[in-house]
Design a protein around this ligand. Structure first.
Ligand code: PMV
Length: 322
């Protein structure tokens, strides 16, 4: 038996990934830029067992046989193909981020799984290979392999679509957890609907490619104001795009919108703060570390808050090969 344990953290995109060019390989329509957080880690242990006949997924205390188990098993098929193995595995995963609430639990989940599973199957992958592998589980997971700020290059093939680190100014994020329940429509389904039904999709793709270039430039130059502005505009465009589907999808709730308004008011009073949100009602506020107290004070009472700073790379914690 071979066992490996890995830890990975969620990431929040400043320039978002929304839309696939290839849903089998999870190649995105555009590149994206994110910050890996130092909070809400996922810890995953993979045990490869020569005698088992099926893969087993234990999520927290619960053995699963539904959607997530199927997704994990399909992901393990990719790892098995790379390793030339047909052995089944037991996957035990503990999330500290509220699952499927638009807080990137699939990003930390598949990043931790990529690191643990590749090690348990005896592979020795570098960061780029791990990022490509994690991408196959969930696009945004490609970025959680990387510490701090990362750019995921859209690429044109499996080989060229991976994330890598980018220089960035000193920043923090205030995570406002509006709701912890599972989102009603998965990002995979919502992306598919967007491409099929939104007349705005082509404009999203072209404007996001431009935003990514500008954001990468601002990030390298340490231009917090410009990076912040791009972040909030890009998130607003993504949610407008999602709302423009037929039938429409709306992830933001009135409380989410109230948080965007309070952040705008804070900015009007001279505090550098910019709001973003993934495919869920939770809102994340990008700010300078010194301005965190002003942001948390402005959001007091609206949602449960957590403060994040740039976090570490996905990492192997232990490995026993037998
Ligand atoms: O990685 P997925 O398939 O869960 O998609 C994530 C999409 C967003 O979180 C909304 C945006 C992003 O870039 O993380």
């Amino acid at each position: 038996m071979s066992t490996a344990t890995a830890i990975a953290h969620p990431n929040i995109a400043l320039v978002k990934y929304w839309g696939k060019r290839d849903s089998e390989l999870n190649l995105p329509a555009t590149g994206s830029l994110s910050m890996t957080l130092d909070i809400f880690p996922t810890t995953t242990t993979v045990t490869v067992d020569g005698t088992a006949t099926t893969d087993v997924l234990v999520f927290g205390d619960e053995e699963r046989s539904d959607g997530p188990a199927v997704r994990v098993s399909r992901f393990l098929d990719i790892v098995r193909e790379l390793a030339g193995s047909d052995r089944r595995a037991r996957v035990e995963t503990v999330n500290t981020v509220p699952s499927a609430a638009g807080l990137a639990s699939s990003a930390s989940g598949f990043a931790a799984l990529a690191v643990a599973a590749s090690a348990a199957y005896g592979l020795d992958l570098d960061a780029r290979e791990l990022s490509r592998l994690a991408r196959r589980g969930s696009g945004s997971a490609s970025r959680s392999i990387i510490p701090g700020f990362a750019v995921w290059h859209a690429g044109e093939s499996d080989e060229t679509s991976y994330a890598e680190a980018i220089d960035a100014p000193d920043l923090a994020m205030v995570v406002a957890m509006v709701e912890k329940r599972e989102k009603p429509i998965s990002s995979r389904e919502a992306m598919r609907r967007t491409i099929l039904t939104s007349p705005f999709y082509p404009a999203w793709v072209s404007s996001t490619a431009e935003s990514l270039e500008a954001a990468a430039e601002a990030s390298r130059a340490g231009d917090v104001e410009r990076l912040g502005r791009i972040t909030e505009v890009n998130a607003s465009r993504m949610h407008a795009l999602i709302q423009s589907c037929d039938p429409p999808i709306r992830y933001l709730t009135p409380v989410s919108v109230e948080i965007f308004d309070r952040v705008a008011a804070l900015r009007a009073s001279g505090v550098g703060a910019w709001a973003t949100a993934d495919a869920g009602p939770n809102v994340v506020v990008l700010t300078r570390p010194d301005d965190v107290p002003a942001v948390t004070a402005a959001l007091e009472g609206l949602a449960e808050l957590a403060v994040a700073r740039p976090g570490p790379a996905a990492a192997l914690v232990s490995r026993t090969n037998g």
